[in-house]
Design a protein around this ligand. Sequence first.
Ligand code: FME
Ligand code: ZN
Ligand code: ZN
Length: 408
Amino acid sequence: MTSKGPEEEHPSVTLFRQYLRIRTVQPKPDYGAAVAFLEERARQLGLSCQKVEVAPGYVVTVLTWPGTNPTLSSILLNSHTDVVPVFKEYWSHDPFEAFKDSEGYIYARGAQDMKCISIQYLEAVRRLKVEGHQFPRTIHMTFVPDEEVGGHQGMELFVQRPEFQVLRAGFALDEGLANPTDAFTVFYSERSPWWVRITSTGRPGHGSRFIEDTAAEKLHKVVSSILAFREKEWQRLQSNPHLKEGAVTSVNLTKLEGGVAYNVVPATMSASFDFRVAPDVDLKAFEEQLQSWCQAAGEGVTFEFGQKWTQPQVTPTDDSNPWWAAFSGVCKDLNLTLEPEICPAATDSRYLRAVGVPALGFSPMNRTPVLLHDHDERLHEAVFLRGVDIYTHLLPALASVPALPSES
Ligand SMILES: CSCC[C@H](NC=O)C(=O)O
Ligand SMILES: [Zn+2]
Ligand SMILES: [Zn+2]
């Protein structure tokens, strides 16, 4: 399916490259251009297009292909429209040009995360419609803003809206990760992001003196406790070949703040940590642990949250879950090897799962290095087109799952 020159490029690849050129890059994404692009897709596909402004300037675009049995819950195909910033000087090609090299690799921010998937959904639906198919369940494609900065002005608000209730989502697909091997990664849960800022206060004074009870000394103690915990989790991961990254809790020290001059001992210093808490962790006990690390460091050490997710959910990956049975059944028929895992990072799936919608994180990219958020993010056009094929098989199965006990 690889095409060589632009004149023989597959139209789905051309569309993908057009979408990649829209600069929906944080922190100032051009959402207007993305919404206009999606409205035009809806028009071309003969699908209804609803725009839900969840916050001023933040529009969720919903394209709907109605099913034949409106009593059944629907399939939600979710993708976010924003992409992360770039360090342009490290790229081999302009990250918003969607350059395709002679081998067929498409270079662009969003090539993996996750503009590929938006277009794959659209192209799979187009193909199935053209072939005259109709399925019992309605398929909604949701294109949401703001995911890359936490989804607080996107999916988090959307799931609380009446427009979301009306969709009656029974099951959702969302993003996953590329897999460098022959297998495909699928996420059934994710770790909870806890962004924690620890502030230490202590006695100030002249930098030449042996001052006791300084902010720095106490902050150092907490940092040591947390980094020791990090090491323990890292060792746990390293020593057990059955554990994948998402199954342990990670933490990184990502910010240190404080101080005004070399010779002034500051009264306040802070350290910020990005924790990703595994879904089997008792969150109450974990917060108590944070508390006790701070207390052990001395007086005047406190913490606050920049992000605190407390509703981790797991979508079952056994045949008791009819959605999993349909999804994995198709993969089996297509001879795709699945590697079910817990997503190490956070996606909009957490908001969906938290309101009771089972969700799988799946980006159909195998034999592809994980380049999301990285320099030279790229995807081979053949892998992209194979992804369209895969969705072309997944959608009929998912949209034909018979009525669940709760639906009859
Ligand atoms: C925790 S809100 C930020 C969400 C972000 N998601 C994708 O990279 C992440 O850092 O996982
Ligand atoms: Zn993403
Ligand atoms: Zn991302």
